[in-house]
Design a protein around this ligand. Structure first.
Ligand code: AMP
Length: 434
């Protein structure tokens, strides 16, 4: 008998990796809670029409990547219903917003989700057929301020905070504006004309997109097409005054908050419902699938699926890719304890336990050494496990001034006991240390 295996593009998550998944979800929930988001859980499958209308028939997702089937009819008179495993969660959240009249509160709805999504893509590292997204949406009536550029900037600032708290360093935020629906129609036409003489020299997909949905040409990854795409008109030149002002207000708020970003004129994103701000966070450690997350504003989505006007902005992070990035970062620089407390002599062991207790209760990760060790052995053990060593001898105990050595910078500092926890909590400098 052939052995049964997990289906191509799906995989089992086993310990110890599952601990990392749980940590990511815990940090995400804690950040979302501080920004006053609540959790939503929508069904894993929906009526196919939701994605056809909400994501767009022309997108790769809807046109070739969905897991769709005809559900058996219950009665002979009933037509079988076409159902689809959700390929993304924004359409489901907006459907729920409409179905439960969440707009009636007059307030902004701030909702986050964590869960599996399904796309029949070609599997490779960082790209799976079942993958998990952590996402959030801010949606509501215009009277609640849902169209404000401040909402866009706040979501981006929250993402920068979330990545920082996860310990993901070295990300890049790319932003762009695809303008209003009218701007996009205008730009699509400009592109269509510009592509007439160029498309025959491009890949087959681009030849098709040049006719059906010229904007999608900007997503093309085929290397030979890139020099041609670089010569195409930019969407920035097709934006009306209101869209330009909106974008300028988003970047001004990001500047004020100190969130770094780069303008990427080609960022139009794979989903049809985006308007105005679009964004992506990338990470160099991910290889070809370098997008950690993507999102944007979707002012017309609710109406596209039969709801009231409800502008919104949201994003989805690839949880699988957060895991890959953290694994790579941790392999390069294993996490270390904040401090190693080294008593100088066995008689100082009890005082060292008291000091370690003080620091651990202040929230620090502390290794406790052993006074019976020679000093060199204490230093070697500390250098393997912690960022700094705190030396506790008879003098230190009496004076209340401790000697701290930082392994990354090789600097030695005298720190009063009352300030020690705050001193140790500050990030260490130098490579290879947390
Ligand atoms: P999208 O819903 O296409 O905007 O994607 C948002 C994020 O989900 C991307 O930036 C990826 O991090 C992640 N993602 C999308 N498709 C996949 C996939 N097939 N496998 C793993 N992660 C994915």
């Amino acid at each position: 008998m052939t052995t049964l295996k997990a289906v191509r593009g799906t995989r089992d998550l086993l310990p110890p990796e599952t601990a990392l998944w749980n940590r990511i979800e815990t940090v995400a929930r804690s950040v979302f809670a501080r920004y006053n988001f609540g959790e939503i859980r929508t069904p894993v499958f929906e009526d196919t029409a939701l994605f056809a209308r909400g994501v767009g028939e022309e997108t790769d997702i809807v046109s070739k990547e969905m897991y769709t089937w005809e559900d058996r009819a219950r009665a002979q008179s009933e037509k079988p219903q076409s159902l689809t495993l959700r390929p993304e969660n924004t359409a489901g959240v907006v459907r729920a917003y409409i179905e439960h009249n969440l707009g009636q509160t007059g307030e902004l709805q701030k909702l986050y989700y964590i869960g599996p999504q399904f796309r029949r893509e070609r599997p490779q590292k960082g790209r799976y057929r079942q993958f998990s997204q952590i996402g959030a949406e801010v949606i509501g009536p215009a009277s609640a301020g849902s169209e404000s550029p401040l909402r866009d900037a706040e979501v981006l600032e929250m993402l920068a905070t979330l990545l920082d708290e996860l310990g993901i360093t070295g990300w890049t935020l790319h932003i762009n504006s695809v303008g209003s629906a009218a701007d996009r129609v205008r730009y699509n036409e400009t592109l269509r004309e510009a592509l007439v003489p160029l498309a025959p020299k491009m890949c087959v997909d681009c030849q098709r997109r040049a006719v059906t949905n010229p904007l999608r040409v900007l997503d093309c990854k085929v290397p030979e097409d890139q020099p041609i795409i670089d010569t195409l008109p930019r969407i920035a030149d097709s934006l009306d005054e209101a869209s330009l002002a909106h974008f300028a207000a988003v970047t001004a708020a990001l500047d004020a908050a100190g969130v770094p970003y780069t303008r990427n004129h080609r960022l139009v994103r794979g989903l049809d419902y985006y308007t105005r701000t679009t964004f992506e966070f990338t990470h160099g450690g991910l290889g070809a699938q370098n997008a950690l997350l993507g999102g944007g504003r979707y002012d017309g989505l609710s109406e596209a699926i039969g709801g009231p006007k409800a502008p919104g902005i949201g994003f989805a992070m690839g949880e699988d890719r957060l895991v890959l990035t953290l694994q790579a970062l941790e392999a390069a620089a294993p996490p270390r304890a904040d401090a190693y407390v080294a008593p100088l002599g066995e008689s100082l062991n009890p005082a060292a336990l008291a000091l370690a207790r003080e620091l651990r209760r202040a929230g620090l990760t502390v290794e406790l050494g052993e006074g019976g060790f020679r000093l060199k052995k204490s230093f070697d053990a500390a250098d393997k496990t912690a960022r700094r060593i705190v030396i506790l001898g008879e003098d230190e105990l009496q004076s209340g001034i401790l000697t701290v050595k930082d392994f990354a910078t090789s600097t030695q500092t005298k720190v009063p006991r009352a300030e020690l926890a705050a001193f140790l909590a500050a990030p260490a400098e130098g490579k290879g240390h947390k």
